[in-house]
Design a protein around this ligand. Structure first.
Ligand SMILES: [Fe+2]
Ligand SMILES: [Fe+2]
Length: 284
């Protein structure tokens, strides 16, 4: 029997690709003959996200399951961007926070949420100012644009907002994750921000403490540890991106995290193959 094949791409940043490159990417996906396409966030920008998703669905005649990354909110607000995809409950396009658990195969479920760099890991006092704080309306509101430009953000207000976005992500994911674990022996968790500092790979090594606040989502990490402990006979494979570096880490005997590389201007294809036992990841 042919194993289930899934294409997993993250950080494709379609706003950095010309139309020809988008066609070429879609053609590479189709040639792999997958059963589904997973998009791990940083798909585009707020102003064109929905159009880019609809266009991709025309070019790739497959179920497309996706989560949002920080760049998908650039030029918009968190609520407005989420509202723009809230009707996408699947197929062909399924935004995982609203579509809930997806049964990919007998014994294999998919859940997801993009998460957020929630500042709770590492050293936020020494964290660099990220472009998120200038490009996402909610964060501009919390940090103050003039302050950000001067490098003098209201760090406490910003930290509280980012922390809340992380907690909201975990609260949204938790029911789906528990439902999937109760019903399937293996669960794939698609997210954008690495849930652990150990998975925040950048240029061949995990991120340093000043980068961890923006490059990891503690709230989802804590949830994953809790659910993996509660379901010791289930296995969890986490797929993430955001840091644009490739790596793999085992956080518990039944919990492993794959972080895929990315480059602006290139859309990579990674393969997930499932033969009924353990998903095998082949980085592209
Ligand atoms: Fe990215
Ligand atoms: Fe990102």
């Amino acid at each position: 029997m042919r194993p289930l094949t899934i294409v997993w791409s993250t950080d494709i940043h379609l706003d950095h690709l010309d139309p020809g490159a988008v066609h070429e990417y879609a053609a590479r996906v189709v040639v792999a003959q997958p059963d589904a396409l997973l998009l791990g966030g940083d798909i585009s920008h707020a102003t064109r996200l929905r159009d880019d998703l609809d266009r991709l669905a025309e070019l790739v005649p497959l179920p497309i399951h996706f989560v949002l990354g920080n760049h998908d909110y650039y030029g918009g607000s968190v609520d407005a961007v989420r509202a723009s995809v809230a009707d996408l409950t699947g197929p062909p396009l399924g935004w995982l926070p609203v579509s809930g658990p997806v049964r990919l195969d007998d014994g294999l479920a998919l859940v997801g949420h993009g998460g957020w760099g929630d500042t709770r890991n590492g050293d936020f006092a020494r964290a660099p100012i990220l472009s998120d704080y200038l490009a996402i309306e909610d964060l501009v509101g919390a940090a103050g644009r003039a302050n950000v430009m001067a490098g003098l953000t209201d760090r406490d207000a910003l930290r509280r907002r980012l922390d809340e976005l992380g907690r909201d992500a975990a609260r949204t994911l938790e029911p789906s994750l528990r439902e999937a674990a109760a019903g399937s022996r293996h669960v794939i968790v698609l997210t954008h921000v690495p849930p652990f500092p150990e998975a925040a790979w950048h240029e061949g090594r995990p991120s340093t403490p000043p980068w961890q606040p923006g490059f990891s989502c503690r709230a989802i990490g804590d949830l994953l540890r809790e659910v993996a402990t509660a379901f010791p006979d289930r296995r969890f494979t986490v797929l993430c991106g955001h840091t644009h570096g490739e790596g793999h880490v085992e956080m518990a005997p039944n919990l492993e995290v794959f972080t895929a590389a990315a480059d602006y201007g290139t859309a990579r294809i990674n393969l997930v193959r499932w033969d009924g036992e353990i998903p095998r990841i082949q980085f592209g």
